[in-house]
Design a protein around this ligand. Structure first.
Ligand SMILES: [Zn+2]
Length: 206
């Protein structure tokens, strides 16, 4: 069987394309019609595909990994690829976070860190395993995210695709522990280092 990914992954790519391509302030319809021809994110094809992936997410149907890789390549060709990957990473983190029960989310943000932090780490681990096929571990005062088979690695030159996972981790930490520290890309497949990994501070923003 060929490898698959959670359908939230390709959905996050397309939702990001749509968000980035949607004009900010209430444009007149004529402009939208004009943009529709120029911007992929506003095309009917993308809307239809978003619906397809949304249904797949609801039914817990996975998507072929090759399909997600092909979408990442499509994004990688855009001049604003990095911004789209970052938006996609944030989208995925938010959707995954909403999958945690409301009570657990409240517990993580209100209980003392001694109790809340291990719960947050466990949820970070589950999310990262499910969506990134990766692992999260505590290393001193940091967390380390490791992604051995990045979907975005070959999508664009200069490791631009890695911004997807980096933004996803940053957003996840913001949501789980109110984290806001820098995320460092400490190892990269593109540099021949076998796995992509990121280190971030495991503490809330003060
Ligand atoms: Zn990388």
């Amino acid at each position: 069987m060929s490898p698959t990914v959670d359908s939230l992954l390709p959905l996050s790519f397309l939702e990001a394309v749509r968000n980035v391509d949607t004009p900010d302030d209430d444009p007149d319809t004529e402009l939208v019609a004009e943009l529709r021809n120029k911007r992929l994110g506003l095309s009917d094809t993308v809307y239809a595909q978003i619906r397809r992936y949304s249904d797949a997410v609801k039914r817990s149907q996975r998507t072929a990994r090759d399909e997600a890789v092909a979408l990442a390549r499509l994004i990688g060709r855009r001049p604003d690829a990095e911004a789209v990957f970052r938006a996609a990473g944030r989208y995925l983190a938010n959707e995954a976070y909403q999958g945690i029960s409301a009570m657990t989310r409240r517990v993580m943000l209100t209980l003392p860190s001694l109790v809340a932090r291990p719960i947050a780490l466990r949820h970070a681990g589950r999310i990262v395993t499910r969506y990134f096929n990766g692992t999260v571990s505590r290393v001193g005062s940091s967390v380390l995210l490791e992604v051995p088979s990045s979907v975005t690695i070959d999508s664009a030159p200069r490791s631009i695709g890695c911004a997807y996972y980096e933004a996803g981790l940053a957003e996840l930490l913001r949501l789980l522990i109110n984290g806001g520290g820098a995320v460092d890309h400490v190892r990269c497949i593109a540099r021949g280092e076998g796995t992509c990994s990121w280190r971030a501070e495991w503490r809330p923003l003060n």
